[in-house]
Design a protein. Structure first.
Length: 256
């Protein structure tokens, strides 16, 4: 666990760093350098940022447009709802490029016969890990618009936006990726066989990139209840949305 020092300066520009408990990779708000506090050195992996493309007023328009379109929404949602809060947050993600191969053997029993099976799952991934702990953010559902990323630059952080540092470093992110891919491959395998006798997974980590992406967190009320929408600040697409039904019963969908 990283201990919080009374005063920590940026190794590049010497400016004081703002460090909150639990944060590991800190971005200097003066020069933009990223520092790995776990080792006390500059973070050398590529750091990119995806610019936000919407002002507060424009995002309000995007939100109202979302309320007016799509299925499962009350006809009066846009007229009767009230936006309570709109907050832009730049979230830290690790994008891990990995080639994963699982060799397996087992038995297919669902046909009523015990049929031995063996084979290989061979996949290429750009796996996403959110660098924050105890978060309910739907990382798997979020298609990070990586085509819009640029080299990290402080000028790309929108005025008034909240910027979050990572609470883990690349080693922990890599470990989580391996755990999640192992689980994913076991899930894929469950569609092919019923009993796994053996599975051996190897992973080749090709690249790790650290990216900050803009997400709008929007809270609104409708008929006395509060709901939330998460919207990608680069594309304006909804990531996750709470939708009230016409009868006022709470419901959820992911995407449009």
């Amino acid at each position: 666990m990283v201990e919080i020092a009374e005063k920590i300066n940026c190794p590049d520009c010497g400016a004081p760093l703002k460090l909150e408990a639990g944060e590991v990779i800190i971005t200097c708000e003066y020069c933009g350098s990223a520092i790995n506090m776990a080792v006390g050195k500059k973070f050398f992996f590529k750091h990119s940022i995806i610019p936000n493309n919407y002002t507060l007023g424009e995002m309000e328009g995007v939100t109202k447009s979302w309320m007016q379109k799509g299925f499962l929404k009350p006809d009066d949602l846009a007229r009767k709802s009230k936006i309570q809060r709109m907050e832009l947050i730049f979230l830290p993600f690790f994008i891990v490029h990995v080639h994963a191969t699982s060799k397996y053997s087992g038995v297919l029993t669902r046909t009523g016969q015990n049929i031995p099976k063996d084979g290989k799952i061979d996949k290429e991934y750009y796996w996403k890990i959110l660098g924050r702990r105890a978060s309910t953010f739907p990382t798997k559902e979020y298609e990070i618009p990586l085509k819009g990323k640029v080299n990290f630059n402080l000028s790309k952080i929108s005025k008034g936006a909240k910027f979050l540092n990572s609470e883990m470093d690349e080693k922990e992110a890599e470990s989580l990726v391996k755990q999640e891919i192992n689980t994913h491959h076991r899930y894929l395998l469950s569609t092919e066989i019923d009993t796994i006798h053996d599975i051996d997974t190897t992973m080749d980590i090709k690249n790790i990139e650290f990216v900050h992406a803009p997400v709008w967190f929007i809270k609104y009320t409708y008929r006395g209840k509060q709901y939330e929408i998460l919207i990608d600040g680069a594309s304006g697409e909804d990531i996750k949305a709470d939708i009230p039904t016409s009868s006022g019963i709470f419901g959820k969908i992911f995407g449009r």
